[in-house]
Design a protein around this ligand. Structure first.
Ligand SMILES: CC(C)(COP(=O)(O)OP(=O)(O)OC[C@H]1O[C@@H](n2cnc3c(N)ncnc32)[C@H](O)[C@@H]1OP(=O)(O)O)[C@@H](O)C(=O)NCCC(=O)NCCS
Length: 207
């Protein structure tokens, strides 16, 4: 019971919205600075120091990058970046994602991806480009979920996402909480199921 109450409170405290370009730059910067070492490597393809991240966040605030942020308790825990096409090679808008480890595998990345696609479609973009490390299994899986066809070159995987073919049943403002609630319900069900199975076999104490 208490657990469910806690879940509902956590849900009520989370939301997604676009950051305002200049004023909210520190929110993006602080989120990126909170990423641990390996997440920074995955996100920035090897560049990891704080100075680089600070300059990067500042650049985003000034070059028209749209940042869609996932908030929990007023703190940005995840971000989807939609970079304007003239800033990236091949003249396609470049996209990137970051979700802090404490909120991963709860559907946050997928939800941000959907919101980003809806925003890109609204801007009239026809396709998007994503680049990630060839070893970055979570991001490759997430990109594939949204139709990216990734190719490998020099340790990087790059792909394009065709927005004309994207079926976006949830692009009409669906409450974020509802989607997240569904994702959490599935995660909770899985956890409960495995706890039950482990208990049946007498292994469940630490689960
Ligand atoms: C990649 C990242 C954004 C995913 O965020 P997330 O909130 O955990 O993503 P979701 O919970 O929506 O998961 C989406 C899908 O990604 C895949 N995935 C996510 N984490 C995974 C993992 N550890 N292993 C394998 N697949 C994984 C799954 O297919 C998952 O879908 P499913 O849960 O329906 O099976 C997050 O891991 C991250 O920020 N990593 C560090 C930064 C980074 O690598 N950025 C990419 C550079 S562009």
């Amino acid at each position: 019971m208490h657990h469910n109450d806690g879940e509902s409170r956590a849900r009520a405290r989370s939301h997604v919205r676009i950051l305002s370009q200049h004023e909210e730059l520190p929110l993006l910067r602080d989120h990126l600075l909170r990423l641990d070492r390996s997440s920074r490597r995955d996100r920035f393809h090897g560049y990891m120091d704080d100075g680089f991240i600070e300059r990067y966040a500042e650049k985003c605030a000034n070059d028209g990058t749209v940042i869609i942020a996932y908030f929990e308790d007023g703190v940005v825990r995840g971000a989807a970046e939609l970079h304007p096409p003239d800033q990236s090679s091949g003249l396609l808008p470049e996209i990137a994602f970051s979700v802090e480890a404490s909120v991963r595998r709860r559907g946050v990345g997928s939800f941000l991806f959907r919101q980003l696609i809806a925003k890109a479609q609204a801007k009239g973009y026809r396709s998007l480009r994503i680049t990630t490390g060839a070893q970055n299994q979570p991001m490759r899986a997430l990109a594939k979920k949204f139709g990216a066809n990734l190719t490998f070159h020099h340790g990087e995987s790059t792909g394009t996402i065709d927005l004309i073919e994207q079926n976006q049943p949830e692009s009409v403002p669906v409450g974020f909480q509802a989607t997240l609630a569904a994702a959490r319900a599935i995660a909770n069900f899985n956890r409960a199921y495995w706890r039950m199975v482990l208990r049946m076999y007498g292994w469940g104490r630490a689960a």
